[in-house]
Structures are given as C-alpha cells and as structure tokens.
Write a new protein. Structure first.
Length: 450
C-alpha cells in the first residue's frame, strides 16, 4: 500500500462483556450506498490468481455489482472469454477498521461450487501475519465444507474443544512446523456450508464474535438462527447453539489480532485452487490447467456471486471504528486496495510469493499514536538517524555477529527479520538506531499472501 503521512488512530469497538447484548454500530445494507463503504482493490492478485480486479465504475458498468437497498450482488464476468490478465472480478475492503466486535452476515447466496473458483469472506489486519487474519468463509473448486481459519505469527495455538466443527490444524502460526506453510489453524464445518449446497438450502447466517478471550464463528442454516440475531442487540451469550468454530487456548487474542478490515473477494485459480486442480479429478478432466478452464468457460461462472441480505457490525459501547480515505495508513495500519499489497496470506486463501517491503520509517508524532510497543518517550523513539560511520562507531547493531552483545543476541545477523518483532514493538522502544545501509538490505518481515 502507499504510505501516507498521517497515522489514523484506530479505536477498539468495545470491551467484551459476556452477559451483555451488543449495540448496532454499522449497518452496511440499509441503503444503496453499500459499495461506497468499501474500497475496490485493482492491483495484481497477491495470491497469484487468474483474475482481473476492476474498479467501481467498471464493475458497475459491466454488471458485476448491484445494490437496491434490499440486497447486494457481487459477481464476476460470466459472459466473455478472459484474456491473459484473467477473468474480471471484484475485491472489496471495508473503509472501517475494527478491533473486537460482532459481525453478522446474512447471505441469500454465496459463489456456487465451480472448478477454478476461490471465494472468501474474511477480516485482515495490517503487517500480515503480525495482526492476524480471520477467514470466515473460504474454499476452492468443488469443496462443500466451509473452512474457518486464523493466521498469525508465532505463539498462537488453539484447543480442540468448545465447538461443533472439526479441527484440522491447531497451530495458527503461518510458519508452524509440521503444517503446510501459511496454513494456520483451521476448523472445518459440515457438508453444505459452502458453495452450491449452501445455496440449495436457501443460504444462512454467519456470525463472528471477536473478544479478548476468543474468536467464535457460528453458522446458522436458514430458519435456525436465534431471533435476536435480526435485531439491533444480539446476545451470543444466550444462544443455545454451540459455535461452529471457537479459537481459544494458548493464544493472546489482543496481541495477535488488531485493526481489521472486512473483505469480500472472488478470485480464480491461484496458489490454492490451481494447486488442488489435479487432485480434484472432475476438474482436471475439464482442462489441463485451471487458468485454461477459467479463461475459456465463462458460462461455468454464472453462479459465482455473493447475494447479501445484510451485513452488520456491533459493539458493546458504541465506540466508532476508524475510517480513512486510505485504509493503508502510515506504518501499514491496514490494507489499501489502491496500492501495492502490504498484507500476506495463507493456504486458507493461498500463499503469495514473498514481496519486498522497506522497514518502517516513523516520523514526527506518528510513533506516539502507533498501536504497538510502549508509548514513545519522545518523537525520536526509534533513535536519531545516523550515518553508516556513526552506526559502525557505536556498534548499535553489533557489528561483530559472533559476539552476543546487548543489542544483538544474533537475531540481526542471523537474518531473523521476518518474525514480526520489529513491528510488534520489541525493537521500537528507542534502544536501537538502525544502520540505514543494513536496513535497506533487510528481508521482508511479512510473508505476504493477499
């Protein structure tokens, strides 16, 4: 994303009170302005999808988006063969940024099961994976079981109890040993919770509750939802149905999940759907590659659309979420769909290739507003800039890597720049003064996905 000069403070939506009902904060579907509350991502798909994401004007003129105050349509081009840039589609990122909350999505339809498709409804924090990712609805090709997944940096794993779904993986760390890279912790729902099976049952409602204690996701098939879910004060603490997914255990939710935007997208092929092409026998018979099929069979995607009855976000105390003209605020406080993607993703939504990202360059009072680390004692919390000679003289980065100096312990020299610690505040409290020559060569701290 483009880096802007002003850091937008992001306010937490609420503090969790387990016995209290929520208060309606944002209703996205009460008027025809649904799409004005989102930014349209138009850059190359970071999951390497065979897709051309278009802007709002193009999407409207080509019939890919519609809103009438009662429902919202988000679809893809299912009329024309696709060129080398991929099939036209839409990816939306909310202008609002959330911390904690209850998000309720009432879907009449989701993209139907089709070879080559990869739809998702999810939430994403900046500087992936350090501020987390919550995949609420996701799957590829002909899958019929929804996969609900969290993606984090190190130090977050979940227990296998307290929910009705099936735990597939329990370590949310995208670099976890013994799991596919970027896999995260996944809980799988029952059959007919994704794609055409979901649509055949008249859709349903997904409710996602994010508190300091856990992240919970419920799926209610049509006509099984609690009555208060349609009102302005739903109360999950009195819902009788066990959550489909409950992410709790050895994980500090507040340190791993911050400043999230809501995202809808439909991509094609890419890292996950293409990777599974030859293992989905009925798809592999249709074409040699996923891209070939998607390019030449537009009619296959007539049912590849979201039809949204309502999307609502709730709070405990009515605190307003942060809104910015550019979601990607300075220091990477959120994805900015109008610029180079700064957030990465996983097998759940596909693992993109590592991208090059410069180390942060905070200026002025920006550090005082930063959501990580301790409050800055001054505007120079990250140290005054130094020349290469000065840095070498004071040895702030331990020019002798074999010595475990006060400011080294081997991490700078061992190349462990991608574990999120720079961004989490461990190294931004003023102790360190980076050598500009070294900093410019540092590997990307986030293995981007989306």
């Amino acid at each position: 994303m483009h880096v802007v000069s002003t850091l937008l403070p992001v306010l937490g939506l609420f503090a969790h009170l387990s016995t209290a009902a929520y208060i309606l904060q944002d209703d996205y579907t009460t008027s025809n302005s649904f799409f004005d509350k989102f930014e349209f991502f138009t850059e190359q798909d970071p999951t390497n999808g065979f897709v051309q994401y278009v802007d709002q004007a193009t999407a409207k003129s080509n019939g890919l988006i519609k809103a009438n105050g009662k429902s919202v349509y988000i679809g893809v081009d299912h009329t024309n063969k696709a060129g080398s840039s991929g099939r036209q589609s839409v990816r939306l990122t909310s202008r609002q940024t959330y911390n904690h909350g209850l998000v309720i999505l009432d879907l009449a339809r989701m993209p139907g099961s089709a070879c080559g498709t990869w739809p998702a409804f999810w939430m994403l924090g900046p500087d992936w994976p350090n501020n987390g990712e919550i995949d609420i609805i996701e799957g590829v090709n002909l899958q019929s079981k929804n996969q609900i997944t969290l993606h984090t940096n190190a130090g977050c794993s979940i227990q296998k109890s307290g929910f009705s779904g099936k735990a597939r993986t329990t370590n949310c760390d995208v670099q976890a040993r013994g799991q596919v890279k970027n896999q995260g912790c996944t809980i799988e729902d029952d059959d007919k919770t994704l794609g055409s099976g979901f649509n055949d049952n008249q859709g349903g409602i997904y409710a996602t509750e994010w508190t300091s204690e856990s992240i919970n996701v419920w799926f209610f098939p049509r006509h099984t939802e609690p009555q208060d879910i349609h009102g302005d004060s739903p109360n999950p603490s009195v819902w009788k149905q066990q959550p489909t997914a409950k992410f709790a255990g050895n994980c500090n939710i507040d340190s791993h999940f911050r400043n999230h935007n809501i995202v809808f997208d439909i991509t094609f092929c890419g890292d996950w759907a293409s990777g599974a092409w030859n293992t989905t026998a009925s798809c592999a018979k249709k074409a040699d590659t996923c891209d070939e099929f998607v390019a030449n069979q537009p009619n296959a995607f007539a049912d590849s659309y979201w039809k949204i009855n309502s999307l609502k976000a709730y709070t405990m105390n009515g605190a307003k979420a942060s809104v910015g003209a550019s979601i990607g605020a300075s220091l990477g406080l959120g994805p900015n769909p109008s610029a180079t993607v700064q957030a990465g993703f996983s097998v759940g939504k596909g693992s993109g290739s590592p991208q090059s990202t410069p180390l942060p360059q905070p200026t002025g009072n920006a550090q005082q507003n930063a959501p990580w680390g301790q409050p800055a004692p001054s505007n120079n919390a990250w140290g005054q800039p130094q020349t290469t000679a000065q840095a070498a003289q004071n040895n702030a980065w331990a020019s002798k890597p074999q010595q475990n100096g006060k400011y080294d312990n081997g991490q700078w020299h061992s190349g462990k720049y991608d574990n999120g610690k720079w961004y989490s505040g461990k190294y931004d409290s003023g102790q360190y003064t980076p050598n500009p020559a070294q900093a410019s060569q540092a590997p990307n701290p986030a293995w981007k996905r989306r």
